[in-house]
Design a binder for this molecule. Structure first.
Ligand SMILES: Nc1nc2c(ncn2[C@@H]2O[C@H](COP(=O)(O)OP(=O)(O)O)[C@@H](O)[C@H]2O)c(=O)[nH]1
Ligand SMILES: [Mg+2]
Length: 444
C-alpha cells in the first residue's frame, strides 16, 4: 500500500449533471462511508441513503456502495457515493468526507494505487486515461484493447522469448569448457530474428496507436506566396489564416486541429522561408524552422505557376535530413501543355484538384488503420522503449554475427528486456511514474 492514507475525489466531471460521484479509497473508506450514512455498508451491496453532515443534517441522498480490498479498482477498500450532480453539493460532500479523515486525492492517484497494488500494469493504467480522453471511435477501441491487456500480453511474450534465449546462452557459456559449442548452430540467430519480427509488428501497431492518441503534426513550409495559408484554410474548412498576394503575410505559426479519417491532425502554417531584414519576419522564419523540426510530416509547397526555383531547391536541401513531401500548389494556373514533375503531387485550393491524394499523402500508412483491428493504444514513451529494445536486438544480432560471443549478446538481450519492462512498469524509475500519473485527471 502506497502511504496507507485514505484519499477522496469527485470522480465525475465538473458541471451540472443528474448524478455526481465522490470516490473514497484506502483503509478508512468503510468507516468514513458508514459515518456519512449513519449505517453499515456491506461489501458489493448498493444502499440508498442520506449523506449526513457533522450535525446529522442531510446534505444529499443517493446510492452508496462498498468494494472490499483487494476486489476494487484501486485494490484498496473503496466506497463510492452517488449524489446529485451539482458542483457546490459535491464540494460539500467531499469536504465532509475529508472532515471524516480522507485527504484530497492527487491527479491520477486512484490509478497509481491500482498500479502499485498490481491491479493493472503501467500500460493498462495509461490506457484508462487514453480511453477516457479518446478523440475518436478508433482511438477508444484501441485504448480498450490496451486496457484489456493486449499490448501488455505482446510485451510479456517478447520478454519471455528474450528470457529463454538469455537462459540458453548462459547455459551454453557454462558448457564452453567442454568444447560443446551450442552457439555454433543457427538457433541463436533464428531466435533473434523471430523476436525482431514480432517486435517490428508490435512497433507498427503501437505507432498507429500513438498517432491515434496524439495525432499527426503536419507543417506546411515553402517560399512566401507558395499558397501555404490557403492550404491551411482549405483543410481547416474556414478562413483561419490571412491570405494575400503580398509576400510575407504570415509571421506567427498558425495551428489548426482537424480530423482526417478519424485521425487527429495538427496542421501548422508557417512564415515563408526567405532571408529577411525585418525583425518580425525574421522571427517568423526562425519559428517556421522550429515547427519543421518538430513535425511528423513536412509538406514543401512550391508554386506550380513559377516552378522549382533555386530558392525552393535550397529549402529542399535543408529539409533533406528531416524528410518532406513535395507538393506543387496553384495547379489551376497551369495550362495543359505545361511540363509536370511526375514524382510530385499537384494541388489547387481553387479547383480542389489533388486534395484527396494530398490527404492520402498526409496519412500515408495510417490511412487505412480505422479498419485495422489490431491497433493498440500507445504513447510516445512506449514507442520509444520499443525502438530502443529493437535497436538492442539488432545490435545483439550484429554482434553475434561478427563475434559469436555469448557474453556480448547476453548483455544486449538484458538491455532489450529492460526497455520492454519499462512499458509495463516493471522497471520504471519513480520520477517517471510521478510524471505519468500526474497527467491523469483527479478522481481517476
Ligand atoms: N490560382 C490560385 N491561387 C492561389 C492558390 N492558392 C493560393 N493562391 C494565391 O496565392 C497568393 C498567396 O497565397 P497564400 O496562401 O497567402 O500563400 P503563403 O504566403 O504561402 O501563405 C494569394 O494571392 C492566393 O490567393 C491556388 O490554388 N490557385
Ligand atoms: Mg501565409
Amino acid at each position: 500500500m502506497p502511504d496507507g492514507d485514505t484519499i477522496a475525489a469527485i470522480a465525475t466531471p465538473p458541471g451540472i449533471g443528474g448524478i455526481g460521484i465522490v470516490r473514497i479509497s484506502g483503509p478508512q473508506a468503510l468507516e468514513i462511508g458508514n459515518t456519512l450514512i449513519a449505517g453499515k455498508l456491506q461489501k458489493n451491496r448498493v444502499r440508498f441513503k442520506k449523506f449526513l453532515d457533522a450535525t446529522g443534517q442531510a446534505l444529499d441522498h443517493g446510492l452508496c456502495f462498498y468494494c472490499q480490498a483487494p476486489h476494487s479498482f484501486s485494490g484498496e477498500d473503496v466506497v463510492e457515493i452517488q449524489g446529485h450532480g451539482g458542483p457546490i453539493l459535491l464540494d460539500m460532500l467531499l469536504e465532509r468526507v475529508c472532515e471524516l479523515g480522507a485527504r484530497l486525492a492527487r491527479a491520477g492517484e486512484f490509478s497509481e494505487r491500482a498500479f502499485l497494488n498490481g491491479k493493472v500494469d503501467l500500460a493498462q493504467a495509461e490506457a484508462i486515461a487514453d480511453l477516457i480522453e479518446s478523440g475518436s471511435r478508433a482511438a477508444a477501441k484501441a485504448a480498450m484493447r490496451s486496457l484489456e491487456g493486449l499490448f501488455s500480453k505482446q510485451i510479456h511474450e517478447l520478454v519471455e522469448d528474450i528470457i529463454n534465449l538469455r537462459a540458453y546462452i548462459e547455459a551454453a557459456l557454462d558448457f564452453a569448457e567442454e568444447e560443446i559449442d551450442f552457439l555454433a548452430d543457427g538457433s541463436v540467430d533464428d531466435r533473434l530474428k523471430s523476436s525482431l519480427d514480432k517486435l517490428q509488428e508490435t512497433i507498427r501497431q503501437a505507432e498507429n496507436g500513438r498517432v491515434l492518441n496524439e495525432g499527426l503534426t503536419i507543417t506546411i513550409a515553402g517560399l512566401p506566396n507558395a499558397g501555404k495559408s490557403s492550404l491551411l484554410n482549405y483543410l481547416a474548412g474556414y478562413d483561419a489564416a490571412i491570405v494575400t498576394d503580398i509576400a510575407g503575410t504570415t509571421r506567427d505559426v498558425l495551428r489548426e486541429h482537424i480530423s482526417l479519417n478519424g485521425i487527429p491532425l495538427r496542421i501548422n502554417d508557417t512564415a515563408g522561408l526567405r532571408d529577411s531584414d525585418h525583425p518580425i519576419e525574421k522571427e517568423g522564419v526562425k519559428r517556421a524552422w522550429q515547427e519543421i523540426a518538430a513535425a511528423d510530416r513536412v509538406l514543401l509547397l512550391v508554386d506550380a505557376s513559377i516552378g522549382m526555383t533555386e530558392a525552393d531547391e535550397s529549402i529542399a536541401r535543408h529539409l533533406e535530413s528531416t524528410g518532406y513531401c513535395l507538393v506543387y500548389s496553384k495547379s489551376d494556373l497551369l495550362d495543359g501543355s505545361s511540363d509536370k514533375n511526375a514524382d510530385a503531387l499537384y494541388i489547387s485550393t481553387l479547383s480542389g484538384e489533388g486534395m484527396e491524394e494530398l490527404k492520402q499523402l498526409i496519412l500515408g500508412n495510417f490511412f487505412d488503420y480505422n479498419q485495422d483491428n489490431k491497433t493498440i493504444m500507445a504513447r510516445r514513451r512506449h514507442v520509444d522503449a520499443l525502438i530502443r529494445a529493437r535497436d538492442s536486438l539488432l545490435q545483439a544480432r550484429q554482434v553475434f554475427g561478427d563475434t559469436r560471443s555469448g557474453e556480448l549478446v547476453a548483455e544486449d538481450l538484458r538491455m532489450a528486456q529492460q526497455y520492454l519492462n519499462e512499458i509495463t512498469g516493471e522497471f520504471t524509475p519513480d520520477n517517471l511514474l510521478g510524471r505519468i500519473f500526474s497527467s491523469f485527471c483527479v478522481g481517476k
